[in-house]
Ligand binder design. Structure first.
Ligand code: 5FU
Length: 276
């Protein structure tokens, strides 16, 4: 059965990769294909937004950018990890690695952030070629982590198109023990397919650039609705930031809860329509 006609739960049972399996299982359990992107700079807002949206049992996973947090302190990671256990969600640090294998291995494992030690999933630009996967895999695979490649971007004028996207898909297929899927705007099964492509392939598609009320921002971001992303394009997860926590610097917890539930429902209904 095609991936777009299978349930998240069925795909979880078949999936050989631990991080992908955990992601699919949690989506099914929480009935949420919403990933909230928590792009706020204050540590307390960061933890509050995550506590509120995941405390509703309705969102999964949380996407982070820990490099934008003011006065980053490693204890923040302990609190984030505690929340992820308490509320049953995975952490996806949207780090977008883009350097040579040796450097990304160090950036992933070491420094102030030690991303590999707490982030279940991270991502990388394919621009350096397959060595970026080798570098990240040397750190992440023994820890049971998963990697997404940026095969496409949501921004106007993105260069990640055509043969670049095709190469990203080939790179992912060659490292399917660690690469669990893509940041992309559509499904990738038919991209760069050849005789060696397995029919059992299940590379997940996590899609940013999702908004219900707006079609974009003033800095090149482009939005599509959950229905366009999940039902029409067959993607697996909607990644939503400002549509949920707003644009003001004061985070309004009740408004965040209401918006998160609105996006969760829209994403899940689009998925149910796809299955029907
Ligand atoms: F790879 C990408 C991409 O192509 N577009 C994105 O928007 C990542 N993103 C991230 O998704 C971006 O860095 C934000 O963290 C998030 C979208 O936030 P928004 O507030 O919903 O626009």
């Amino acid at each position: 059965m095609s991936l777009t006609r299978s349930t998240y739960g069925e795909r979880a049972k078949r999936h050989p990769n631990l991080a992908a399996k955990a992601l699919l299982e949690t989506i099914e359990r929480k009935k949420s294909n919403l990933c909230v992107s928590v792009d706020v700079t204050s540590p307390s807002d960061f933890l509050n937004v995550i506590d509120v949206v995941d405390g509703l049992q309705n969102s999964h996973p949380s996407q982070t950018h820990v490099d934008i947090i003011e006065d980053f302190d490693p204890s923040l990671i302990d609190r984030l990890t505690n929340l992820s256990k308490k509320h049953d969600f995975l952490i996806f640090e949207d780090r977008k690695f883009a350097d040579i294998g040796n450097t990304v291995a160090l950036q992933y494992s070491s420094g102030v952030q030690k991303i590999a030690s707490w982030s279940h999933i991270t991502n990388a630009h394919p621009v350096p070629g397959p060595s970026i996967i080798t570098g990240l895999k040397s750190v992440g695979l023994p820890l049971g982590r998963g990697l997404l490649l940026l095969a496409e971007m949501s921004t106007k004028g993105s260069l990640a198109t055509g043969s670049y996207t095709e190469e990203a898909v080939r790179m992912a297929r060659a490292h399917s023990d660690f690469v669990i899927g893509f940041i992309a705007q559509r499904r990738m099964e038919d991209v760069a397919r050849d005789d060696t492509t397995s029919d059992k392939e299940d590379l997940l598609i996590l899609t940013p650039g999702v908004g219900l009320e707006s079609r974009g921002d003033s800095m090149g971001q482009q939005y599509r609705t959950p229905e366009e992303v999940i039902l029409e394009s067959g993607c697996d997860v909607i990644i939503v930031g400002r549509g949920i926590y707003g644009k003001s610097s004061d985070v309004d917890v009740q408004a965040v809860q209401a918006q998160a539930e609105k996006y969760r429902r829209a994403g899940w209904e689009a998925y149910e329509k796809r299955l029907a």
